[in-house]
Write a protein that binds this ligand. Structure first.
Ligand SMILES: Nc1nc2c(c(=O)[nH]1)N[C@H]1C(S)=C(S)[C@@H](COP(=O)(O)OP(=O)(O)OC[C@H]3O[C@@H](n4cnc5c(=O)[nH]c(N)nc54)[C@H](O)[C@@H]3O)O[C@H]1N2
Ligand SMILES: Nc1nc2c(c(=O)[nH]1)N[C@H]1C(S)=C(S)[C@@H](COP(=O)(O)OP(=O)(O)OC[C@H]3O[C@@H](n4cnc5c(=O)[nH]c(N)nc54)[C@H](O)[C@@H]3O)O[C@H]1N2
Ligand SMILES: [Mo]
Length: 768
């Protein structure tokens, strides 16, 4: 594809024509038009396959929920372009490293297992048996089981990830770094502390009953397009949708339903947000605190007038703990602090509080804008506090909704991909499989990379994902990956992680979610869990491009069998019949009774959520208010220094994490390029810079490491002054590995202290 760089503000609604046009472009570009379309029509229908796009739930009322970005994910996977052994013979790893992320994945699907040959700097084909034997050899050579890191990316099925963690624990390690550590970790930690369960409390239907929906730090128009349907329907029936987002995001403003042809071709698009607030990056805790300060004031006035207060006193008395300490914390927080940190005026926060107060049933949703900061846990707990005050839990149309990322990231955790080694899970694995699982905490993603840098890791296995581009501090991450004795990447497509091999390295080509998974006992299906704790079956339909590819489940079994043999389990029997895996899941993971039988339920089955029924699995069995003070600064710097700018790294419309589908970001008006920096026009003027000029961005982090990216084009944008935005993964070199969330270790990808200056590099940047 050719790309012509341009900046053109987008004036349409989200969805609508633009989405249709863009989807067909991807469908037709992937050279497999008919079966692509057929695939597309089957997503989320009948058994079919679960959309590999995002973790939003399925709406069982409409037959086919159209989503542009889900369509991209499907067609991207279903491409007929192949990366065959000849490709690797032609290109050395060093030359491939010069290529963009877009180029790498665009080459197509990997067809053969490949092993890195250091002498020729090329990958060469290897048999599956030799690959498994090599892995076994390296693992058996380890001095202790914690010299392995087992990374997981959130597309892996329940079946594959369950066996993967059982395998790791049988080896003796809890080193399970995963993409969640860089993503919604803070949601799990915060919700667990506050309400005893680390998952959202609502179900998809609740959106039909809410009177107000508060959307914090999330861009559903791009990342969860099907959520726009829920928001739009809610707005249409009069519910208030209130957005808190540092940027003006088109999808939160207007949305044309592609299933309503009239809206697509006319300008009848529906409005989504009835109020839109643009806090500073990291300013949401202050914003919510401000809202509560207003509400507390009104509550007290009512009480003083002898009326019932504003808050749900019965709910608080019955279910909660710590509300008085929280009120003290609110009283101790000054308006100055709230206004300067949030960047919102007292007036705006009073208005937001009024909308909140006027709604009987409220849902709060959030994503990376809340989770990727240093103080993400207290921020999310502040949102929970607000909801608890009004008893917005345990009733229809109300609750808490962290909107997950990868399509099965929530299921991965349920299946035991968790470095924290939950005691109950360890007990049940021990009893069921008759072995002694390790109990000490293992490594999360940042800890795993640090261990690699210290030379402590012999083997890295990655069940999907692309650590090289997803992790912070790109150079240090590259060094970390290369420090392993053996790195094994289980992948669908070529990516940067393959080009930073350990001393030895394997690429194992795997089937995708959309493809037929034929095993010894016949065609297999897998299961996944969405953001609403619904578990459903997913069965691929597409014919695999190569008969050398294996399913993730079969690969995990192949590795485990080569390393452990049949000492604990007959792995190859499990690979032949996934029903047997589900029997083990049923026996060891709560909520999965009659698992195989319930896989036939159309639309899946609900795992349940104790907090949604007002049962709190916390000390004292109550919901706990957090009374954390507002942090002095969103990014604490030595000597109280304040960086001139705070940068967030986010997604464009044409990407799926490190997978770059194309170089457009339609709703933000950016075309044919990715190295852009969104900035307030007055900030540009103050620095004597102009739109279109190139700048270098440098992190201020005082640890002796230089972190700079160069040649980013300035784009004037509706964003509060002092805040900047640019795309991930291009800006990952700026995120320090040592800057992470308290209690989460999640890199602070949404608050990086930076300076910018006119670029010395005047030439035009390369375009893929
Ligand atoms: N098409 C597509 N779908 C995806 C993905 C994808 O890459 N492409 N990725 C998947 C994954 S893994 C995830 S985790 C989700 C990510 O979904 P999102 O969280 O929506 O992803 P980001 O692009 O990181 O967007 C962050 C949004 O929060 C805003 N924001 C950033 N910082 C702050 C802040 O401090 N306060 C407030 N109020 N707003 C802030 C940004 O302006 C932006 O709108 O999407 C999933 N779905
Ligand atoms: N600066 C910055 N960094 C971030 C973020 C940010 O907002 N800013 N977001 C973070 C977030 S939220 C996340 S979730 C992580 C994502 O981190 P990862 O999950 O590690 O990255 P992905 O880009 O989703 O992985 C893409 C690769 O997965 C492989 N793949 C695709 N489908 C399949 C499949 O079905 N099976 C297997 N085995 N492999 C498959 C392909 O080879 C593809 O190249 O990145 C994090 N990093
Ligand atoms: Mo994510």
């Amino acid at each position: 594809m050719k790309f012509k760089p341009a900046i053109k503000p987008y004036t349409g609604a989200a969805g609508g024509w633009g989405a249709l046009e863009s989807t067909t472009r991807y469908v037709f570009d992937s050279k497999k038009v008919l079966s692509n379309l057929r695939n597309l029509m089957r997503v989320n229908k009948g058994r079919g396959f679960d959309c590999p796009g995002c973790a939003w739930g399925d709406d069982n009322h409409s037959t086919f929920s159209f989503c542009e970005n889900g369509a991209k994910a499907v067609t991207w996977e279903a491409t007929r372009k192949a990366v065959e052994p000849e490709f690797f013979a032609k290109h050395s790893v060093t030359t491939l490293r010069e290529q963009s992320d877009y180029f790498l994945e665009y080459q197509g699907r990997i067809t053969h297992p490949m092993r890195y040959d250091r002498a020729t700097d090329r990958y060469r084909p290897v048999s599956w048996e030799a690959a498994f034997a090599l892995i076994a050899e390296h693992i058996k050579a380890m001095d202790n089981p914690n010299q392995i890191e087992l990374y997981t990316s959130g597309r892996a099925s329940n079946e594959a990830s369950y066996l993967y963690q059982v395998f790791g624990r049988m080896l003796g390690t809890n080193n399970f770094p995963d993409c969640s550590n860089m993503c919604h970790e803070a949601s799990g930690v915060a919700l667990k502390q506050s309400i005893g369960v680390g998952k959202g409390t609502i179900r998809l239907e609740d959106f039909e009953k809410a009177d107000a929906i508060f959307v914090f730090g999330q861009n559903p128009g791009t990342n969860h397009p099907r959520m726009l349907h829920s928001l739009r329907h809610a707005a249409d029936r009069g519910a208030r949708v209130v957005s808190f987002n540092t940027l003006r995001e088109r999808g939160l403003e207007r949305f044309a339903d592609p299933q309503k042809p009239l809206e697509v071709i006319t300008t009848k698009a529906g409005r989504i947000s009835s109020a839109y607030y643009q806090p500073n990056l990291g300013g949401d805790m202050a914003a919510v605190r401000g809202m509560v300060k207003v509400l507390l004031e009104r509550h007290r006035l009512k009480l003083a007038a002898g009326e019932p207060g504003l808050f749900d006193q019965a709910f608080l008395d019955q279910n909660c703990e710590g509300v008085e300490a929280y009120f003290d914390a609110v009283d101790a927080t000054s308006w100055d602090h709230i206004v300067s940190q949030s960047g919102l005026s007292e007036q705006e926060l009073r208005e937001a509080a009024t909308i909140y107060e006027g709604a009987e049933r409220v849902i709060c949703t959030w994503a990376m804008g809340l989770t990727q900061h240093k103080h993400s846990v207290p921020t999310i707990r502040e949102v929970v506090n607000l909801q608890l005050l009004f008893g917005q839990l345990g009733k229809p149309g109300a609750g808490l909704c962290p909107v997950r990322g990868h399509s099965n990231v929530q299921g991965n955790r349920t299946m035991g991909i968790d470095e924290k080694a939950p005691a109950a899970l360890m007990d049940s694995l021990a009893a069921h499989f008759n072995f002694t699982p390790p109990r000490e905490k293992g490594h999360n993603t940042v800890e795993a990379l640090e261990a690699m840098l210290r030379g402590e890791v012999k083997v890295l296995i990655a069940l999907g994902g692309n650590l090289a581009a997803a992790a912070p501090d790109t150079d240090r991450t590259a060094a970390a990956l290369q420090a392993c004795d053996l790195s094994v990447q289980i992948s669908t497509k070529l990516n940067r992680s393959h080009l930073l091999p350990g001393k030895d390295a394997l690429i194992l080509p795997t089937l995708g979610r959309t493809e037929l998974d034929m095993q010894a006992t016949g065609s297999q299906f897998i299961t996944v869990e969405d953001s609403f704790s619904m578990v459903h079956a997913s069965e691929g339909v597409g014919k695999p491009i190569s008969d050398m590819q294996r399913s993730e489940t079969a690969i995990v079994c192949g590795i485990a069998d080569a390393v452990l043999g049949t000492r604990y389990l007959d792995w190859m029997a499990l690979a032949a019949d996934y029903n047997l895996i589900r029997n083990h899941i049923e026996a060891t993971i709560p909520g999965f009774h009659d698992f195989n039988a319930r896989c036939d339920i159309k639309g899946g089955f609900y795992l349940g959520n104790a907090a949604a029924e007002l049962r709190f699995n916390t000390p004292g069995n109550k919901a706990h208010f957090s009374s954390a003070p507002l942090p002095d600064a969103v990014i604490p710097m030595p000597n109280g220094e304040k960086a001139p700018f705070t940068l967030q790294s986010l997604r464009s419309h044409d990407q799926y994490n490190t997978t770059i589908y194309g170089l457009d970001d339609r709703y933000r008006g950016v075309y044919g390029q990715r190295e852009v920096l969104f900035i307030h026009p007055q900030d540009m003027a103050a620095l004597d810079l102009k739109e279109g000029e190139l700048v270098d961005i440098e992190t201020i982090w005082h640890d002796g490491v230089e972190r700079v990216v160069t040649g980013f084009k300035l784009v004037s944008y509706d964003i509060p002054r002092g805040n900047l935005a640019a795309y991930y993964p291009e800006t990952n070199p700026l995120v320090p590995m040592s800057s992470f969330g308290d209690g989460t270790h999640t890199p602070t990808s949404k608050s990086v202290p930076v300076v910018i200056r006119r670029s010395e590099q005047r030439d035009l940047r390369r375009i893929a």
